[in-house]
Design a protein around this ligand. Structure first.
Ligand code: PLP
Length: 362
């Protein structure tokens, strides 16, 4: 069997395909640069790639559109199994291209995501406890309908689509020193690592309750893991994708686990301090920094990818400001540079956030 992998030319092709459809079907999302001290960190800069502003509310738009534009779409349209965001991205792209879209979601997919899918005109089938069971049902149906199968994270065009996000970061601001990436099935990290190769340190982040890549690294090969927790509707793939596995072997140095508590704290910090509404899956980068699980060097420019915002907005309300008492330090405790785990923005700082949209990577 041929092992799935991704080449530079796959990414170049995706960049061309997607550039032709911007800005109608895809946004070039902004990059916000802040000094590390605004996060209570010693590092030089934290870059936030605001991909939660992407059409459809997550980076998944890139991969779905890339796959759809690279293939002929039959009259039966497209079909996908998804915990939510890939389905939403597929449904949005299908609506824009005026083709039918069927989405299989597991029971753990949030009501907010199911509602959004229906609003986008997709036919939604809710089946199976987790993503893997929804995928089985989806594959069965695809054989009968002949629709174009979109995989949420393990097709070359999908991973190459995700890589365009990394190309945008570099076009806007040059190379960061490190990029912290949330991992579910691995389409995002596969794309990001394939783009940066060894030119930036790519760090994989997973919830302790969904340790797909972490366990694969321990076992020396992809293995099934059980998944649950706060981000399971986005990061709840049971097994790391083959493309991500192959790419990560070459380019991903660290794979870190984060508790649901620190993920939640980071999600609330982003809302309380920066007014950025993101879903838990998008808060792992900040959680790694603020918990001390990842400790950047003094001169480091760390890039976080805020990869999605498909959340119930009321989930951000009513928690108040999580002060230092609310801090849940990671295994090594707080970062030494922290003055408290949830410092407010530095009022004396001249560092107004800088937004770099950059030019097309093409
Ligand atoms: C918001 C968000 N972040 C991260 C991920 C993880 O992406 P991947 O499955 O490509 O690793 C997902 C997956 O659905 C997601 O929706």
């Amino acid at each position: 069997m041929i092992s799935l992998d991704i080449a530079r030319s796959d990414i170049e092709n995706a960049l061309r395909r997607l550039a032709a459809r911007q800005p109608q079907l895809l946004r070039r999302t902004p990059l916000m640069k802040l000094p590390g001290r605004q996060f209570g960190l010693d590092c030089a800069e934290v870059w936030l790639k605001l991909e939660q502003l992407q059409l459809g509310g997550s980076f998944k738009a890139r991969g779905m559109l890339s796959r759809m534009l690279a293939n002929e779409i039959p009259a039966s349209g497209v079909i996908i199994a998804s915990g939510g965001n890939a389905g939403i991205a597929a449904a949005a792209a299908a609506q824009a291209l005026a083709v039918p879209c069927e989405v299989f979601v597991p029971l753990l997919a949030s009501q907010a995501k199911r509602d959004r899918l229906r609003q986008l005109g997709a036919s939604v089938v809710v089946t199976g406890a987790a993503y893997s069971e929804a995928l089985e049902a989806c594959l069965l149906r695809q054989r009968a309908s002949g629709a174009l199968l979109l995989h949420a994270y393990d097709q070359v065009e999908v991973v190459a689509g995700a890589a365009t996000l990394a190309a945008e970061i570099e076009a806007a601001a040059g190379l960061p020193d490190s990029v912290l990436v949330s991992v579910g099935g691995g389409g995002l990290i596969g794309g990001v690592a394939a783009w940066f190769e060894n030119r930036a340190r790519v760090v994989a982040l997973e919830p302790t309750l969904a340790p797909t890549l972490f366990q694969a690294r321990q076992a020396g090969q992809p293995v099934d893991v059980s998944v649950s927790g706060i981000a399971a509707d986005s990061l709840g793939a049971k097994r790391i994708g083959e493309i991500a596995w192959n790419v990560s072997q070459r380019y991903v140095k660290d794979a870190l686990l984060l508790s649901d508590e620190v993920i939640r704290d980071a999600q609330l910090w982003l809302w309380n301090e920066l007014k950025l509404a993101v879903e838990p899956a998008a808060a792992l980068g900040l959680a790694a920094l603020q918990s001390g699980a990842y400790r950047p060097q003094a001169q480091e420019r760390v890039c976080l990818i805020l990869c999605g915002a498909n959340l119930d907005p009321t989930s951000l309300a009513g928690y108040g400001h999580p002060g230092p008492q609310g801090c849940h330090p990671g295994p090594q405790g707080c970062h030494p540079g922290l003055q408290g785990c949830h410092p407010g923005p530095d009022p004396g700082s001249s560092a107004t956030p800088r937004l770099d949209c950059g030019s097309s990577p093409q």
